[in-house]
Design a protein around this ligand. Structure first.
Ligand code: PRP
Length: 183
């Protein structure tokens, strides 16, 4: 597993430090809602964001619900088409709740752009997004991500939830996959 990694972009320590900072920012923004007894719901987008979700949630020191969603965007195989299909929906009603979408990575931006529209139709009180990684990609859609962990070059990265062929999600760091693995 580790031998397939060309270089480490974000170490375990880098990630932990950045999640601490993001957690403090999110706590500060959500605290007024919590104090006035309003519902707050964090929605994890499976599978990639599962690792980030568990770490960011433990930084949030206020009443918050967790739910999980799985979506697929069907495109030409390499670039998302923008046609997002919900494979597993959340169980809770988000009408009137403050929603935080937790995502691992923004690539083309289509997934979050479409999902934001779908969830806004359910009339949440507010909807914000946190993504650990935002790739630097030409033509990326602006999804209005309020809490970004790291901006990252357009490399083939894996680890900390990010996969190649469903592998490498359990790496504790984020690294660049060697070309020979996928060519
Ligand atoms: C990845 C990632 C985002 C999406 C980002 O999911 O988790 O949801 O792609 O790409 P976009 O900005 O171009 O839409 P993927 O479909 O690989 O599923 P996974 O989370 O199960 O790995």
């Amino acid at each position: 597993m580790h031998e397939d990694i060309d270089s480490i972009l974000f170490s375990e320590e880098d990630i932990a430090n950045r999640i601490g900072q993001l957690g403090r920012a999110i706590n500060a923004d959500l605290a007024p809602y919590a104090e006035s007894g309003e519902r707050i719901v964090a929605i994890c987008l499976l599978k990639g964001a599962a690792v980030y979700m568990t770490d960011i949630m433990r930084q949030l020191d206020l009443p918050i619900e967790m739910d999980f969603m799985c979506v697929s965007s069907y495109g030409n195989g390499t670039v998302s088409s923008g046609n997002v299909v919900i494979k597993k929906d959340i169980d809770v009603d988000i009408e009137g709740a403050h929603v935080l979408i937790v995502e691992d990575i923004i690539d083309s931006g289509y997934t979050l752009s479409c999902l934001r529209k779908k969830l806004e139709e359910r009339n949440p009180a507010s909807l914000d997004i946190t993504a650990l990684i935002r790739k630097q990609v030409d033509g990326q859609l602006d999804v209005g991500c309020k809490y970004v962990g790291f901006d990252c070059p357009n490399e083939f990265i894996v680890g900390y939830g990010l996969d190649y062929a469903q592998q490498y999600r359990n790496l504790p760091y984020i690294g660049v996959l060697k070309e020979c693995v996928y060519e």
